[in-house]
Structures are given as C-alpha cells and as structure tokens.
Design a protein around this ligand. Sequence first.
Ligand SMILES: [Zn+2]
Length: 464
Amino acid sequence: MSRSTVVLLPALLLAMWVGAVAASPAERLGAAVRFKTVSYQDYSQIDYAEFEAFQQFLRETFPRVFSRLEVETVNEYSLLLHWRGGKSSLAPILFTAHMDVVPVEPGTEQDWQHPAFEGVVAQGRIYGRGTLDDKVGLMGLLEATEQLLAEGFAPDRDIYFAFGHDEEISGRKGATAIAARMRELGLHFAWMVDEGGMLVSDNPLLSGQTLAMVNIAEKGYLTLTLEATGEGGHSSNPPAVSTIGRLSNALARIEANPFTPRLVPPVEAMLEALAPHMAQPERLVFENLWLTGGLVARKMAGARVTSPFVRTTTALTMFNAGVKENVVPQRALARVNFRLLPGDSPDMVVNHIREIVADPLVAISYEQWDDMPPVAEYPAGGYAVIRSAIESIYPEAVVVPSLLMAVTDTRHYVDLVDSQYRFHGVEVATDQATSIHGTDEYVDVQSYEKSIEIARKMIELGAR
Ligand SMILES: [Zn+2]
C-alpha cells in the first residue's frame, strides 16, 4: 500500500460515509450544520478553514449547480452564482442567503438537547445552529436549483445567487464585496429575496391559520454616541454638576421623549391584508385605517411587542464613566441605538436628539450610516411571485406584507435592486423563533422540505 493510499483512504471512507448518510435534504442540512462557520465580532477569532471546507461540501453536494452555473468566489469565502437565462432582455433577479452563523453563547452548550454543531436529525426535526438562520435558506435554494437543473429547467431570465460569509457581523467582507463585484459587472436586478420573513403557524392574530409574512421593508439602524465632558477631580470636592449627572440627564430626556407613533405604508398594508381574516371589531377597525389609523398606532405603541412597528425606537444600550470610587470622571460616554421606521432619516433622528439634549457640554456623534432600503413594490412585482409560490405549497396560508425589525444583508444591495423582499419559506411556531441565535435551534423536516418546494416555485415563476 503506497503512502498516498494510506493518506487518502480515511478521506475516501469519510466521503462515502457522508455520501451515504446525506441521502435526503434533511440529512444534507444536518451535514451543513456540522461545519462551524461561526462569525465573531473579532475577525481574528474566525476559523476560515471551516468556511473553505463548507464551500467544498457545497460543491460536492450540488454537482449540477456548481458545474452548470457560473461560479465566482468573492473575497475568498463568499459565492456569486449566475444561471444564464434564455432572454437577455429581461432584468435579472437575485436570491440571497448567508453561510455564517452566530456562536453558541459560552456556558449554554450543555443546555442544547443535541449538540449545536452535530446536525442531528431526530423526532422529525433537524437540530443545530443555523437550521433557521440561515443554512436553511442557503441549502433550500441550492436543493431547489439542483432539482430544477436535473429536470432540465431553463430560465428565461438570468438568475443570480449570492451567499455572503459574514452577515452576522454586518456583511462588510461578504455582501459588501459581492455588491461591489455586481457593480463592476454592471448588474441591476428587478427584485431580490433575502432572509427575514417566515411562515408562522400559531400567530395569535389568526387562530388556526398559518401566517406568511413577506417583508417588503426593514427598519433602519443608527447608533449615536453621547459624550459629556467637564471638570473632574477628587470626590471630596466635587463640581456642582458631574459628567455622569449631565449625561444621565440628557439620556433621561431622550428616553422620556420617544418618537411619535404612526402607521407607515408597509404596516398599513399588513393590517389591511389581515383585516378579512379578523373577527369583529378588529376587522372593522383594520378595514378603515383612513379613519382609525391614529388610534391603531397609539394602541400598538402601547404594547411592547407591537410598538416597534409604529415608531422609530430608542434604546439606551451603553454607559461608561468612572474608574475609581473617589474620583469624579472628566468624561462620561453613552450609546443610544435607534431603529428607524421607513420614511425617517438618520439626519432627522440626529436633529431631534440634538434638540432634546440641548446641552453644549454633551457632544453627539455617529458613524456613517448605510442607505435604508426603500419599500418594495407591492402587491405586484416580486411580491406576487413570492405569494403565488407560498400559496402553491400552503393553500390555506394568509400571506401578508410586513416590516422587518432586524437588519439583513439586503442593505448592501440597495442601489442594485428595484425591490427587495425578505422571505425564506420555513414554517415556525412563535416560541421556536426565539431559538434563532439562542438554544435548541431547529427546523421541522417537513417544514424544510416544503421550504425547498417554495424556493423551487419562486425560481420557476420568477424566471419567466
Ligand atoms: Zn441570518
């Protein structure tokens, strides 16, 4: 036996084993979870060998996709795939997902029913980090494309797939680089679909009916830094107003003056789409938002769960001052994070906060912000395609447009796409959604299989 055979044999056996177990989509998703493609805020902690191995796994698992589509690796670990269509006059469309996952919080590893990176398939579920966010989206799109290629499907329109590798830490190296490459190629898309919306099986608004939320907009993201400076010194002889007191006062004023609640078009569209499925008196209220809008906005602002839908939110998130109990600090620093409603601009927020603070000894600064995605076309355009795809697999589901509270990679593609949607077709229960970025993340096998069918339909219908 030659030395190379000895070295190769374990690899061959492993490949056979992986090939043997990964016979179903669920098992392949489980296999995808086993690659620890974990993003850390500190880039030096990232194990890029896992990303390389994951990409190799994708190439082996989806041989048709990786041989028949044009494949470009961007910034080493991100992927841009191009499926050429038959009619070059049609604007291309784009499907995106991300390869990276968030870490398991140290100390919570033992809380998982099945280890976070083992991809166990049991009790009709696939367990592990990334089964909902977002290997489910990535693998689902690739499964769908592999099937369509096997069946000889040929799109009219050019279809692109973009898979970033650092969405969880802002996408600065993945989606940003992919978008730059698209600009070089002169691409412009009619619409795109990213992660962010799902089907919810037990929404309290609709008893017994599955609700599919297709996000047509997302909230903007802005963090302001407030810094109070002043006289410090020994605590035995303190100044009348300390930096801590000054900054605390400013922050208390900010918190006491939240942004005024109002209904923005995507939320109005959501409530109107829900109306026919509601019982009275909600139905009457939602059907007449021209009259009841102000009241509905105030009511939604009053409950923590619905408040983010109707206002630009203010969250005091960091406060730092002082190093010693008997020294008055000369500097105190705080951060305030805002999530902006569509229509509100960062400039507007900054001006509003300056007016409220109104203290020349409290400096307000911020980093450059990203463009906020505009509201996507609705109910026509890509929305109609996504809706038909959902209804072909879940005929009973209530499909509604919505507003995403989180930020995704979509903001990196704003200038390249006319309409941006956020929806991956997995069905979850409300309590299951808390496992995203948390413990015991899982997806139902059946739900995953249906999500592949929805992805297939989105591609088939979108390709025309
Ligand atoms: Zn995600």
